[in-house]
Design a protein around this ligand. Structure first.
Ligand code: 6LW
Length: 498
């Protein structure tokens, strides 16, 4: 970045290319096509995969982990589950390597010839305690898995852990060819993680995320003549950070590089959009952004001066009329197939499942409206969720509508109304804040008597700064009673971001 205060670059790079909770981006290119994956934590199906031809406009192709044999839904606590996958392509095969932190001592690889799936069952590499694995192949075709090691056995004498460690693997046989060893301790900032290795000319580059994924987050780079080191730190470090700036996008880090067909390079990275009074609250998670990269003296330099075209189109209407659910739909705590089915009268039927299971989508904008048309004869809830202890929900049961809020250990009813008619529309909006928060969340309904608002709540309590963790807000629908609840359609509309 050119201006450390951020003041001169307010108009550039403030728009994510994949808005909403899509963190830890990893990208690869095959010909003219780019493929990008993100962390998904406790949500199933896991690891969303997007496609683009220009790195700016992305379309979700599907999800990588769609079967119980790949990621058993329901076993993961909030902000655990699937962390920081890497996607690579070699000789006609796509590889995604990742970590399920519920199975902390191992890393897994899944493969596919079509990135839209199906992806293979996982090949598991045990004895690799840590997160954020990367795959790279050296000139003779040996495959190296490089990761952020959290294993006590690798703790250096100076006490610093994690370290970046590496192991040679046989992908076909699913075995380690030697023991993991430390290859890099980072630039000196906290939490060196998210390693990615690249070959360019005679150099191997090791990109790391450092400083932790909060305001101090940064991207650092080192290089070596060999894939396994020794590495030297770039003379100018960190390579990219927004720490201590006034820039509208903060926490920038955890990046991946890609070479374009024209020989230019680009970088995808995560960032957040905190809003409201100090310390600033970000509410829709860590999002995917794009930068361009130039090479000076065989070191990368990052530029965010590219003004991206328009805002990504996040609006959707879904009447669930297609044979398969759109890949935007996910659930914490259960596989969608376990409680969502086609309703004979149109829409979907939701069966009751213990929380947190819910037919969910990511909120993707700073201001938005979400409307869900439901059959008023069944009991149903629409929940804005950060985690199990931070949510606001509007419920409808026997035409009685109620808004409830849970913040930490406290839960309260904050508004109610009676609805009329056979089909009622439940509405949530994220609107401008009235109490110095990042936004207000207001809950209402539309029935035979028109639109009514039941409650408006300060959005800060559904933010990462309050709740902690790695995810963002999701909008989840769930059945509350013994009878399946019918959802006729869902509509999400961005309202304009600032
Ligand atoms: C991820 C780590 C990070 O594994 O956050 O921002 C962790 N960086 O590299 C969870 O996404």
């Amino acid at each position: 970045m050119t201006d450390p205060s951020g003041a001169g670059i307010r108009d550039a790079a403030t728009t994510p290319v994949i808005p909403g909770f899509f963190p830890d981006p990893s990208v690869c290119r095959v010909g003219e096509d780019y493929y990008l994956v993100n962390s998904s934590f406790e949500y199933a199906p896991g690891i969303p995969i997007h496609h683009s031809r220009d790195l700016r406009t992305w379309t979700q192709l599907g999800n990588v982990l769609t079967r119980e044999s790949q990621f058993p839904a329901g076993v993961s606590a909030a902000s655990r589950g699937i962390y920081a996958p890497t996607i690579r392509h070699r000789d006609g095969t796509f590889f995604v390597v990742g970590t399920n932190v519920e199975r902390g001592g191992e890393q897994f690889v899944v493969t596919a010839t079509d990135p839209a799936g199906p992806w293979s069952d996982p090949i598991v590499f045990p004895g690799l305690g840590g997160i954020d694995p990367d795959l790279a192949w050296d000139d003779d075709g040996s495959c190296f898995l490089t990761y952020c090691a959290l294993d006590e056995a690798l703790r250096p004498a100076d006490g610093s852990l994690p370290v970046i460690a590496q192991v040679r693997i046989d992908l076909e046989r699913g075995i380690l060819l030697d023991g993991p060893r430390e290859i890099w301790r980072g630039s000196g900032l906290a939490h060196p993680e998210g390693p990615h290795l690249y070959r360019r000319g005679d150099w191997w580059y090791l990109l790391t995320a450092e400083g932790g994924t909060e305001r101090g987050h940064a991207v650092c780079v080192a290089r070596s003549r060999a894939i396994d080191g020794p590495f030297e730190l770039a003379p100018s470090t960190p390579l990219f950070s927004r720490r201590s700036t006034g820039f509208l996008v903060q926490n920038t880090g955890h990046a991946d590089l890609v070479e374009r067909p024209d020989g230019e390079w680009a970088m995808v990275y995560l960032g957040v959009r905190p809003r409201g009074f100090t310390p600033g609250f970000h509410v829709i998670g860590r999002e995917t952004f794009l930068a361009r990269v130039e090479w000076v003296d065989d070191w990368p330099v990052v530029y965010t001066d590219d003004v991206l075209p328009g805002r990504p189109d996040t609006a959707f209407v879904d009447d669930f009329s297609t044979a398969e659910l759109h890949p935007r739909w996910v659930s914490p705590g259960a596989a969608l197939g376990a409680f969502v089915s086609t309703h004979p009268d149109g829409g979907v039927a939701l069966e009751t499942r213990p929380t947190p299971a819910a037919l969910s989508v990511r909120a993707r904008d700073l201001r938005w409206r979400y409307e869900v048309r439901v059959d008023a004869s069944a009991a149903v809830g629409l929940r804005v969720r950060l985690d199990e202890h931070h949510w606001y929900e509007i419920t409808l049961d026997g035409h009685a509508a109620e808004v409830r809020a849970r913040i930490g250990a406290l839960e309260a009813s904050v508004g109610s109304a009676r609805a009329t008619g056979d089909v009622v529309t439940l509405v949530v909006e994220a609107v401008d804040a009235t109490h110095d928060g990042p936004d207000d969340l207001r809950f209402g309904l539309v029935d035979d008597n028109g639109e009514r608002w039941l409650a408006a709540l300060d959005g800060r309590y559904l933010s990462t700064e309050v709740a902690g963790g790695f995810t963002g807000r999701t909008l989840g629908l769930r059945a509350l009673g013994a009878t399946p609840a019918r959802v006729v359609s869902a509509r999400y509309l961005p309202l304009g971001d600032e």
